[in-house]
Design a protein around this ligand. Structure first.
Ligand code: RUQ
Ligand code: CUA
Length: 658
């Protein structure tokens, strides 16, 4: 783009920003009288739908009830979470291990529900770590993160994780291309075109257990890859990625990556990739990446460093990838429920191009290409693959989802609205303001084969004047929109944690039926479990002290512990003996440079504590578990290094000396 064009672009974007700063439609004025009734969930009643919102730069996921907008739980994923000791306890620390060491934070963008026959099955939720490339899996029976797989060879795991129709794979693509991990990365940055590569990761998911492993990576041209969606039905074998910066710029991308009139959607035939690998065409390369698994019987995570991955260089295998020209720095690509159309959104485009899968196959058959990338990767002709364009949709189209009734809904980032259009004739049906600058939107089942429809969430980047101010940083938010009628109706507006980057929504019944209420004590295989109070003990091994403690309403056993010395490393293993729903106990030690533990019924958690001062140190249960919760406490006695005070522990009238 010439600089003059760039200026025009900036002007357009600025003009967009005045749209939201002048308060479209007066904030709140467009709410119908019955909106309150439609979102009111009476006390004691359950919501109809679970919404899983990414926490963006909080690194977590939040579960909300819809239509009430009630926050149900923050599920820790990539960030340490002091609230329940995730990433602080000895059992969960390995979850945050990477090839770079312990990384206690990430930037989570895209929650993705596991799918069976293209429908959300309510078993697992995947989410990407964008910064230090990782994919996590959350078990929706326990709402716990049970697996985190790092991805090698990429930078910015943004186009991720997207499931194929039966969760055969979750797929991720790189935002930043970079030299492959097995090459010499110490190269001039301006050797980008020569030395940098993109890599698409295909993570195989075990059908029954959900266990992930990196099956293979496709080595692709060094573009920036933004988002993806897998095909379904007729397009089952394919997955589509948007790419920008096909200019392959490595500086001032704001200008340099916006020069071409069209970038691409990259269509990948993953079935073909599978065949090539089965025929031994893959190349194994060395790569270092962590694979962290939380075992639900030991309640303990382990971290393994993997050493290699299979790759296919797409330039060597014709038929693996095709490029569909797509106007102006495309961002989202979304596949209709019937798998026939792909709606793309060019951030800077004036239309929403909708591509036809059928036409794509026909164009591939005809082999009439609009040139080749790297001399070998075919670019199809725009007109040949286009179903049509949604004209004048608004400014800054980003993401689209579907209601299953033939309509699509697209967010307009710059003009701050959600636009409803018809898939067959591409006519715009309705538009509704969104406060403000929506990124993604989410419809219940809206990216699946069978959308449930009814509710749409617009996930907004900016809130400005919507809520009571909270200093320079304002809450991020979303709007709940009723999509049952011809016209969309605003129902509710509520703030969220972190950035509600994207969300997936699912009818509650699909998740309710699998809920775990407590962990069976008899199945607890933690190496430090204590299954009854009489087995509690304190064991010294050199300067390591292991405390085997139990918690039950309303005492911790033992509750008086002596013989700890400066220089010791103390591991307190607390087993919660309760066998009932909703009775966690907490555990915290004065002055410990660590968070508390929050131990679920039947679970064992371990807090590492290095005492720093001589004296008496209290510990207690942090979760208000019973009428005698305040009585749930105890003391450590810490003696100087070299002291001869023996290990001694007791509860009530039963002191025991070792
Ligand atoms: S991308 S706001 Cu991080 Cu999901 Cu489009
Ligand atoms: Cu246990 Cu409070």
């Amino acid at each position: 783009m010439k600089l003059s064009n760039y200026k025009t672009l900036v002007l357009v974007l600025l003009a967009g920003s005045t749209i939201y700063s002048c308060k479209p439609g007066k904030a709140g004025s467009s709410v119908d009288a019955d909106a309150a009734q439609k979102v009111y969930v009476a006390p004691g009643k359950y919501d109809e739908v679970y919404a899983f919102l990414s926490g963006g730069f909080s690194g977590q996921v939040a579960a909300y009830g819809i239509p009430s907008g009630r926050l149900l739980k923050v599920i820790p994923v990539f960030s340490q979470n002091a609230e329940n000791g995730y990433g602080y306890s000895e059992e969960t620390k390995p979850m945050l291990n990477t090839s770079h060491g312990f990384v206690p934070w990430d930037d989570s963008h895209h929650p993705e529900l596991s799918k069976t026959n293209g429908e959300d099955d309510g078993r697992w939720l995947f989410i990407n770590g964008n910064n230090t490339p990782r994919i996590a899996r959350i078990n929706l029976a326990t709402f716990k993160t049970v697996e985190i797989l790092e991805l090698p060879n990429i930078g910015g795991n943004h186009a991720s994780p997207f499931c194929t129709e039966n969760t055969e794979y979750v797929v991720g693509n790189t935002r930043f291309s970079e030299p492959l991990d097995n090459s010499n990365g110490d190269v001039p940055i301006d050797s980008y075109k020569k030395n940098f590569k993109g890599a698409v990761s295909f993570v195989k998911v075990d059908k029954d257990k959900g266990a992930m492993n990196l099956a293979f990576q496709l080595i692709v041209p060094p573009f920036n890859y933004d988002l993806a969606h897998a095909g379904k039905g007729p397009s089952h074998d394919w997955i589509f990625f948007t790419c920008y910066n096909t200019e392959q710029a490595n500086t001032l991308l704001e200008v340099n990556a916006s020069q071409r009139d069209k970038d691409f959607i990259m269509a990948v035939n993953w079935k073909k990739a599978e065949e090539l690998l089965a025929a031994g065409k893959g190349t194994k390369i060395t790569a270092k990446y962590a694979h962290n698994v939380y075992n639900e019987n030991t309640h303990t995570a382990t971290s393994v460093l993997e050493t290699g991955t299979q790759t296919l260089d797409v330039t060597k295998f014709p038929g693996l990838v095709y490029y569909l020209p797509c106007p102006k720095s495309p961002h989202g690509v979304d596949v209709t429920p019937d798998g026939e159309y792909m709606a793309a959104s060019g951030k800077l485009a004036a239309v929403i191009p909708v591509f036809s899968f059928k036409k794509m196959l026909a164009a591939i058959d005809k082999k009439q290409y609009d040139g080749m990338i790297d001399g070998v990767l075919p670019v199809l002709k725009y007109e040949d693959v286009l179903h049509g364009e949604v004209k004048k949709p608004g400014l800054g189209p980003l993401h689209t989802e579907f209601d299953g009734k033939g309509y699509a809904y697209t967010t307009m980032f710059v003009s701050s609205e959600v636009v409803k259009w018809k898939i067959d004739n591409l006519e715009i049906i309705d538009r509704i303001p969104s406060y403000y600058s929506p990124g993604h939107l989410s419809i219940v089942g809206g990216d699946s084969k069978k959308p449930f429809g009814k509710y749409l969430l617009s996930l907004n980047k900016i809130t400005k004047d919507r809520y009571l101010p909270t200093g320079p940083e304002l809450a991020q938010a979303c709007q709940l929109i009723d999509i049952t009628g011809n016209k969309m109706k605003l129902l509710l507006d509520f703030p969220t944690i972190g950035e509600p980057h994207y969300a997936q929504m699912i009818p509650a019944e699909k998740i309710l039926k699998n809920q775990v209420k407590f962990f069976k004590l008899e199945d607890n295989k933690n190496a430090y479990v204590t299954k009854s109070e009489k087995d509690t003990k304190v064991v010294r091994t050199g300067n390591r002290v292991d405390v085997y403690m139990t918690a039950i309403r309303s005492h911790l056993a033992p509750d008086n512990i002596e013989g700890i010395k400066i220089g010791d490393e103390v591991y307190v293993h607390v087993t919660n003996l309760e066998q009932d729903w909703d009775v966690p106990h907490g555990f915290a030690i004065k002055g410990a440079s660590n968070a508390e533990l929050l131990i679920m019924p039947g679970e064992t958690c371990t807090l590492k504590w290095v005492p720093g001062l001589v004296g008496i140190v209290p510990f207690y249960c942090t979760d208000f578990c019973s009428a005698l919760h305040q009585e749930m406490q105890g003391y450590f006695r810490v003696s100087p290094a070299g002291s001869t005070v023996p290990i001694k522990f007791s509860i009530g009238e039963n002191p025991v000396t070792q």
